[in-house]
Ligand binder design. Sequence first.
Ligand SMILES: CC(C)(COP(=O)(O)OP(=O)(O)OC[C@H]1O[C@@H](n2cnc3c(N)ncnc32)[C@H](O)[C@@H]1OP(=O)(O)O)[C@@H](O)C(=O)NCCC(=O)NCCS
Length: 211
Amino acid sequence: MAIRPFEQHTPQIHATVYVDDTALVIGDVEIGEDSSIWPMCVIRGDIQRIRIGARTSIQDGSVIHVTHDSRFCPGGQPTLIGNDVTVGHKVILHACTIEDYCLIGMGSIIMDKAVVRSRVTIGAGSVVPPNKVLESGFLYVGSPVKQVRPLNERELEFLEYSAQNYRRLRERHLQTIGVDNAAASAPAPSPKPPRPAPKARTRRPAPPKRG
Ligand SMILES: CC(C)(COP(=O)(O)OP(=O)(O)OC[C@H]1O[C@@H](n2cnc3c(N)ncnc32)[C@H](O)[C@@H]1OP(=O)(O)O)[C@@H](O)C(=O)NCCC(=O)NCCS
């Protein structure tokens, strides 16, 4: 995996997180316990911060970025993602907030200052326009998204299942590449102060065992 600092910020990634070798995480990024970052994701916290909670999966090819401080956006805008969130394949999250237990459908785009309240499902291929707030407990679909209906019990249950499913899959991938599973109970590294780490960090698969 490539984990790179940007200026004074180095990504703070809990020891239990799976970051695929082909993913790229840069700068002011924190990722919580048991989360997973799948192949070809780009998480670029250079001009504002990115926070990803615990047991959240960011699936293949997704891109997460932020907005910088300017007169068009005073203070800039971070991207904040909660716990137990499933971000499907090839999603773009740009300077937005996603609360706990959401499912962001494959190929969706969520734009600046949009807020997705907890326990929302967004259908595949949806676009959430800037500043839009999606109400908790509903299904949203389309471009631009429209509220379709409240999620039923089974769908609400699925949001929790999905987070746990990816938590388990993360563990199988870590085992396959030979990362010590004891790390699963390690405490989160302190987010401050940032560690200077001029070189990219690369995790390589363990050599095959003999005998
Ligand atoms: C939206 C979704 C949740 C299904 O909701 P649903 O209410 O069960 O929808 P149905 O399958 O009964 O379809 C209802 C209508 O919505 C349409 N529809 C389904 N998914 C849609 C989508 N993503 N965007 C637009 N329309 C969609 C269907 O074609 C159907 O239209 P019709 O009534 O004109 O025939 C599902 O299709 C989806 O997009 N899930 C996201 C899955 C994903 O990306 N997971 C992440 C990877 S792990």
